[in-house]
Design a protein around this ligand. Sequence first.
Ligand code: NAD
Length: 360
Amino acid sequence: MSAARRFRIAAIPADGVGREVVAAGREVLDALAAGSGGAFAFDWQAFGWGCEYYARTGRMMADDGLTVLKEFDAIYFGAVGWPGVPDHISLWGLRLAICQNFDQWANVRPVRFLPGVRSPLRKADDTELDWVVVRENSEGEYAGLGGRNLSARGPGSEVAIQSALFTEAGCERIMRFAFDLARTRTRPKVSSVTKSNAQQYGMVLWDDVFRRVARDYPDVETESVLVDAMSAKFVLRPEDLSVVVASNLHADILSDLGSALAGSLGLAASANLNPERRFPSMFEPVHGSAPDIAGQGLANPIGAVGSAAMMLDHLGLPEQAARLHAAIEATTAAGILTRDLGGAASTEDVTKALIDALNP
Ligand SMILES: NC(=O)c1ccc[n+]([C@@H]2O[C@H](COP(=O)([O-])OP(=O)(O)OC[C@H]3O[C@@H](n4cnc5c(N)ncnc54)[C@H](O)[C@@H]3O)[C@@H](O)[C@H]2O)c1
């Protein structure tokens, strides 16, 4: 049957559990499309890039990979990294190569609490908790600036410099994105994460821009919190958070903390957005390739399926995204949980439950 709207999606499962959760996400999305009565469909193309490809070719992705990917409506990504390939090679060779060259400067990472999932957070039982980490995804501490050029000093005396880059334009666009997002939420509040007490150049610029941008959004509540205090606040006062905007490194760490508080890293979804839509955006679970459980059918697919819901939103299908979220909640509420959440269900069991919940 030919569908009214077709979306071209590039699937890059890459390594480890990335392959299992992307397969699960594709199955769920295809079930959603099959039940849409021909309203929409996905044209998938899978790319076998990652650490195995590197072992064969010496590259993490094809030479013309970015040119090929540019033609897609979106990219659905698994996770990259495998023992035997240094992590900085695999990350920079594939995931960061896509994020940076496609200017996916906003990385959106919601922290959702699900029914039936026990959080280690004491307050999670009696409070509505729901926040979004907005990560600056194009510069900051991951700008790749620095060097190890003094190796001539000999073993034991090497020196490395890793610099962070903060531009006024980079800070401003991510903060405006965070404020615009805050206006769509029940509680319009933006918390900026800083470390300007110790980092007196980049982080002070970050704070200055935050104060300036905030003046354009008088209806949005604001606060500026040091990253160390913010990590405590995630645990002790989570009900006070709505949108949390942070630099590349700070948000990377805080969003893992957030997903652990929600119950497991396996639940956390994320979107790497090019908001101007000059390039395809990329949707991926927050977690890595989990070599410790890969290939055993133990991976929790909910982070990948939640990322698929974010992709549906981005493609202009918000009601379908809501159906996917409802299916996730129905599945966890029914106690169909993988081992990371204390259950005994396999990746396949959860995938099947999600599909059943879509078409009850
Ligand atoms: N976006 C990415 O591609 C990305 C992100 C983080 C780490 N990595 C890479 O992944 C590799 C492993 O890194 P790591 O061990 O630090 O982080 P990880 O996220 O792969 O694993 C951390 C822990 O969480 C568990 N876990 C992760 N995903 C899960 C899932 N879906 N279901 C159940 N449990 C899950 C793992 O079993 C492990 O105990 C490294 O090579 C690293 O560079 C890639």
